[in-house]
Design a protein around this ligand. Sequence first.
Ligand code: SAH
Length: 267
Amino acid sequence: MMSRSSSAPRLSLARGLAPALLAALLGVGWWVMACRESPAEHSAGTETSVSEPASADLYLEARRAMVKYQIAIRGIENPEVLAAMEQVPRHEFVPPEEVEQAYDDHPLPIGYGQTISQPYIVALMTELLAVERGDKVLEIGTGSGYQAAVLAQLTDEVYTVEIIPELAASAAERLQRLGYTQIHTKTADGYYGWPDHAPFDAIIVTAAPDHVPPPLIEQLKDGGRLVIPVGPPGGYQTLWRITKSGGEVVSENITGVIFVPLVRGGR
Ligand code: SAH
């Protein structure tokens, strides 16, 4: 299964296998799983054709199935968000041993006790942010860089802060390799936001603090949106959308979620 974790799938491999065998190996798994109502246990498959060019994206069908059966079906409607989820190669953002599950309906470990969120949660939070092209967006909790890459499909200026230096470094390297030059990364405690680039049109927090960090409200533009899980570490949290409007701060309770905790460190 090495070919499935390769970042540059090669056509010669596809030519070397009979199409039926290829479908059995790569295609049927995700299709069967994607049609089930319960979350898939395995899968992240691909489907391809021997007539596709060498640059063909072997995971495109898996992404389309993810968008259809995990995201659109749960009510995400914004066509730009759906397109972004279809475009970003999620399998590039997970460790090699998780590649086969990259498009499954659950979070995955990314090392250091952290996780890349379930695809639906990424899409939901992205839709709630209501990003428009030209918006300046801040993410707290870079992790793998996946959420930042999804945001970069929607606007040209994305800032992302990560507290674990090793994760920040590997995400920065990955984002650069994949061509996401509009994403700016920094290692710091995101509780304080990124004052040098404030104010932001939208701020997304992908780790859960037990209260809303005041600096993040301060760094929102008027009309800006903050999407953030808030609650006790190790328990359920509430996902909030907080909007700043004419000096007022309005909070909407969206749903219950489970995130890794926002940990505190130096500035
Ligand atoms: N958005 C990520 C997943 C986030 S997991 C992705 O798409 O892959 C949550 C991340 O928040 C972890 O990487 C964790 O190290 C980071 N984190 C926790 N506390 C933080 C803090 N105070 N400041 C910045 N990052 C933090």
